[in-house]
Design a protein. Structure first.
Length: 253
């Protein structure tokens, strides 16, 4: 995911300078780009869990599923990571069909974070623009009425395609801004929830097979992050044998 600069540059929200982001919680987002298809091991989420408590995983784009989503989703949960999913909106594909595919892929395991709607597409398809984004999000809400959604976008991109459309302000903002200074945000939002600040993180450090990885700040500390998102439950099983009888004990953490 990346932000593309536009010539359209309306007046942004200028936020007061904050203290350094040393205390902000940090987490990656991943997709099939972080998996080497020529190897068998895939992303090492146990190693990732040594670095962070959360991850956002690409579920798909258009009407196709990310090729490593299912394995990544399960492995991240097994590693104890708090998970969010995102969907790359594709303007060449009917938005309602995209929403239905996303809901189908997620099944009964929707993750602990929001489901993030990624608006950055430059394909120029017939479903370009905020009215179609609206259809996409409303269809997801109809299918999954109890699941919270969020918006991923870049400042200039959003201002080009949806400036002033306050419908989107009801959702938390994940802003793409590759700059050491705090991000500009579209004026409909008061603040950001996640800030994707680089696409050049150290992939090996986070257990992925790509050299680089997207990294994001959460707008708060690790304690704030854990308070916002309940951790995924994991089960540990112990099987004991009494004579010819096997007894399974489960501990849920």
């Amino acid at each position: 995911m990346s932000e593309q600069t536009s010539k359209y540059q309306p007046k942004p929200i200028i936020q007061p300078q904050r203290s350094q982001f040393l205390t902000n919680f940090k987490l990656p987002d991943v997709s099939f780009w972080q998996d080497d298809p020529t190897t068998v091991q895939g992303i090492n989420f146990a190693k990732m869990a040594d670095m962070t408590r959360g991850v956002i995983i690409r579920a798909g784009q258009g009407t196709y599923e990310d090729r490593v989503f299912q394995s990544s989703w399960k492995s991240a949960k097994q590693a104890g990571l708090i998970r969010g999913s995102y969907w790359f909106y594709d303007s060449r594909v009917n938005p309602k069909r995209q929403a239905e595919k996303w809901a189908q892929i997620m099944g009964n395991d929707l993750g602990e974070m929001e489901m993030w709607c990624d608006f950055e597409d430059r394909y120029g398809g017939p479903y370009t623009g905020w009215r179609h984004w609206f259809d996409f999000m409303e269809r997801v809400k109809a299918l999954l009425p109890n699941k919270k959604l969020g918006v991923y976008t870049g400042y200039y991109y959003f201002q080009e395609f949806a400036a002033g459309v306050r419908y989107f302000a009801q959702y938390p903002l994940w802003i793409a801004w590759y700059n050491p200074q705090e991000p500009l945000i579209p004026p409909i939002w008061d603040d950001w929830t996640f800030w994707q600040f680089t696409s050049n993180g150290d992939g090996a450090l986070f257990g992925v097979e790509s050299q680089d990885i997207d990294l994001n700040y959460f707008n708060g500390t690790e304690a704030d992050f854990l308070a916002r998102y309940p951790a995924a439950q994991t089960q540990a099983a112990l099987i004991a044998k009494f004579g010819n009888t096997l007894v399974e004990y489960r501990r849920v953490a």
